[in-house]
Write a protein that binds this ligand. Structure first.
Ligand code: ATP
Ligand code: MG
Length: 747
């Protein structure tokens, strides 16, 4: 593993330069510019409000918009081309339209300095003759979604994959990200070499359209987990904190850093999803519709961020539906798909001339993005085939010069990528801002880079490079703590469940009050025992069926983005649940056992408790299995339906001896039977003394006689325990393989 030393600058805004041509005004977070109400022109800004960060980036990246800085006076301050205007209590910093860092607009500075991020080698993603099909069932055969597409997405560029709904945008992205590998032909090349899937997945990340986040973690906690998992233990906690702080600051999440993710706004959720993946600075980032669900301002912020990331030398690829003209212009590279085929690839500026050359004239003042979508949808005649042919013949390459941005973008990425080793090993106390100027007084932290150029070399030995950033044990520990925290915060999972166990416990206690030692009430007592087993079974199984699919979706995202292994996740999930489930079961059993006057013997009580806890854990495993294998909708139906035969053959409704021979095997696979039998033996077995009879005649005065009646006279408690343990073990192992299968099926 190569170690790169890189520069750290605590606050990116300190380095933010608003520049325009020769005149540039540098904003420093430490600087104080005094603001004097009587029309003077000095302005004081001590620390930038978090909300400003992206706006500031926006202006630098894109130019052409104004920033509002709140202040308390009127006045204007001007600094060359970049002026600060303050009117009516609002300070407005004017940034001329031509002052952006947009390529070709004369600004040579990188748009944003995400200073903590290690430098990344440029990674170009190229695909040749890519065809992808899906099976539509045995009779209908295969449906081709991508039809032999070619293209190249370069580092330092913000690439948009556009096209009508169903054109294959997400599919192309999934294929390129390595999420879809079956029924795929053609090749994906990384920097000109065949893609090694495992290594590529390690150095890329995929931010999905739906933000899959654990609802009960705060932004800061989620970031901490991400940093701990993705940066490994070689980096100190302080260094990780700096990384987290800076990303939070840069993405404008400071105000929300202590907010649980379930309470975040759509834009904040999206930014958090990006922030979580930014922690280890992957050189290739895929975004599936990052702007969907966001308002125009949030869309702009989001794309500005992506653009600034691309300027940091990353390859940013995103799908987008119908961008406004303003957003459309922000992209460096366009890849247009229609019916699974490419109808244009190249610069944004070249699109309109290319379409014109094909006889498709985009009307003046019409958003080219809208127009090309109309073309792709066939609103201007059947021209998709014509465009596909033109692209295949290389005609769109003639229009690349319409945008001069690529060269500038490339220059930025190359600058970063080619930074000399001497610069990267500057002594502590100096740091490099991305344009290579040393800045004194900032700290520099050695950071082993988990993804280096060597990752790109597919001929290298896999063993050394394919591992996760952290050891399995550490992953397990981090995930265990996170799952525990999530569960504790989840009201429904913890408090409501505990309260319901206590309330139902008292209710059952009241119904079956004091019947445990009563010979005339043995049947009712058997009902009480059976209900206990049933209650624990359902309360353990159903919440798991409901909650596990959500956790699964987060797990899929994180695992596919190479955060941790299936093993670590599953072990942590399994163990984190145990204490909760045990506490609920114990609370219920203790209440019911004593109110219903079951035998007051420690041994019997512990036997009873043990069998009840085991039954609930087996039921929970079934919940995990159903939750892992199917959706919530199917699970809430399948769970109870599957339980019906299990309950039927438990030995309470139908005596074991009365079950027809050919159905007897069902009794053996009914885990409730072992639970019920074990609980009955704990209460009535092992030569319990005769019960008291408060009526004239009690048929079941002898507990043994009652067990005979229930066909449990030969039952052995430990066999029931071993059977339940066996169920528990087998089910948990099966769930693990179902998780693995599920991951494979997603490909
Ligand atoms: N598993 C599948 N089985 C059958 N058809 C599929 C499957 N997956 C995708 N498709 C089809 O492939 C086509 C492309 O899907 P994809 O999700 O890539 O579209 P998209 O361009 O991302 O659309 P949108 O903009 O609506 O997200 C669609 O027609 C879709 O119905
Ligand atoms: Mg899609």
């Amino acid at each position: 593993m190569c170690i790169l030393q890189h520069d750290w600058i605590m606050a990116d805004l300190k380095n933010l330069t608003l520049s325009s041509g020769a005149a540039a005004s540098r904003y420093s977070g430490d600087e104080q510019v005094q603001f004097i109400p009587s029309g003077s022109h000095q302005v004081t800004i001590r620390s930038p409000p978090p909300s400003l960060h992206l706006e500031n980036l926006n202006n630098v990246v894109h130019g052409g918009s104004q920033n509002n800085l709140h202040c308390s006076c009127n006045g204007t301050t001007s600094n060359g081309a970049a002026a600060t205007v303050c009117t009516g209590g609002v300070l407005v910093r004017k940034v001329p339209n031509h002052s952006g860092a947009s390529p070709g607009q004369g600004n040579k500075r990188p748009a944003v300095s995400l200073t903590h991020l290690p430098k990344r080698p440029p990674v170009d993603v190229e695909f040749k003759n890519l065809a992808y099909s899906v099976s539509e069932g045995r009779k209908r055969g295969y449906k081709t979604i991508l039809k032999c597409v070619n293209g190249k997405f370069r580092s330092g560029e913000l690439t948009a994959i556009m096209g009508p709904s169903g054109a294959g945008k997400s599919t192309l992205m999934n294929v390129l990200a390595g999420y879809k590998t079956s029924h795929l032909s053609g090749s994906v090349l990384i920097n000109g070499k065949d893609r090694n899937l495992r290594r590529f997945r390690k150095m890329s990340c995929y931010i999905m359209q739906d933000d899959r986040l654990l609802p009960h973690l705060t932004v800061y906690e989620a970031m901490t987990v991400s940093a701990n998992l993705k940066l490994g233990k070689d980096i100190s906690a302080t260094a990780k904190k700096v990384v987290i702080e800076e990303i939070i600051e840069t993405l404008g999440l400071r105000e929300a850093s202590n907010t649980q993710t379930q309470s975040l706004s759509g834009g904040q959720r999206k930014r958090l999803s990006i922030a979580l993946e930014l922690v280890n600075n992957p050189p290739v980032m895929f975004f599936d519709e990052p702007t969907s669900g966001l308002d125009s301002s949030a869309c702009f912020q989001c794309l500005s961020l992506l653009k600034s990331l691309s300027r940091g030398g990353r390859t940013i690829i995103c799908t987008i539906h119908q961008p406004s003209a303003r957003l459309f212009e922000m992209f460096d590279h366009l890849y247009l798909l229609a019916e699974g085929q490419c109808i244009y690839q190249g610069n944004v500026g070249g699109l309109v001339p290319f379409l014109s050359s094909m006889g498709l004239d985009c009307p003046s003042y019409h958003n080219p993005a809208d127009y090309v979508m109309e073309v792709a949808c066939g609103e201007h005649g059947e021209c998709v085939h014509k465009l596909v042919m033109a692209v295949n013949n290389g005609k769109c390459n003639n229009y690349q010069h319409y945008q001069a941005g690529i060269a500038a973008a490339q220059a930025v990425s190359n600058d970063i990528a080619k930074e000399s080793p001497q610069e990267q090993t500057k002594p502590e106390g100096t740091a490099l801002i991305p344009n290579g100027v040393a800045k004194a007084g900032t700290t520099m932290i050695n950071m082993p880079v988990s993804c280096t150029t060597s990752l790109l070399d597919s001929a290298e030995s896999i063993e050394q490079k394919v591992g996760f950033p952290t050891s399995g044990l550490l992953q397990f520990w981090i995930l265990l703590k996170r799952t525990f925290l999530s569960q504790i915060r989840d009201m429904t999972l913890t408090r409501v469940r505990l309260i319901s166990h206590i309330i139902v416990g008292f209710l059952i206690g009241a119904i079956y009050y004091d019947i445990g030692n009563e010979a005339s009430e043995v049947m009712s007592n058997a009902g009480c025992v059976f209900f206990t087993v049933m209650f624990l079974m359902f309360t353990a199984m159903m919440p798991t069926i409901l909650t596990f699919p959500t956790e699964m979706s987060v797990f899929v995202r994180e695992h596919l983005n190479y955060w941790y292994s299936v093993k670590s996740f599953y072990l942590a999930r399994t163990l984190a649940d145990l204490p909760f489930q045990m506490v609920y079961s114990i609370a219920y059993v203790v209440i019911v056992y004593f109110i219903t006057s079951q035998p007051l013997e420690v041994e019997r009580f512990l036997m009873y408790l043990n069998i009840c806890v085991l039954t609930s854990l087996v039921a929970q495993s079934i919940g995990l299995l159903i939750g892992a294998a199917m959706s919530v909708e199917s699970g809430v139906f399948i769970g109870p339906v599957m339980s019906v035969p299990i309950i039927l053959f438990s030995g309470f409704f139908v005596n074991f001896n009365a079950v027809p021979k050919y159905l007897k095997f069902l009794s053996y696979v009914s885990y409730v039977r072992y639970g019920f039998e074990g609980a009955m033996i704990s209460v009535y077995g092992y030569n319990r003394a005769k019960l008291k009879c408060s009526e004239y005649y009690c048929h079941f005065k002898s507990p043994t006689k009652f067990l005979e009646q229930m066909a449990m006279e030969n039952a052995v408690y430990w066999i029931d325990v071993v059977a339940l343990l066996g169920f528990l073990l087998v089910l948990r192992v099966v769930v693990y393989f179902v998780l693995k299968l599920k991951l494979r099926s997603l490909r």
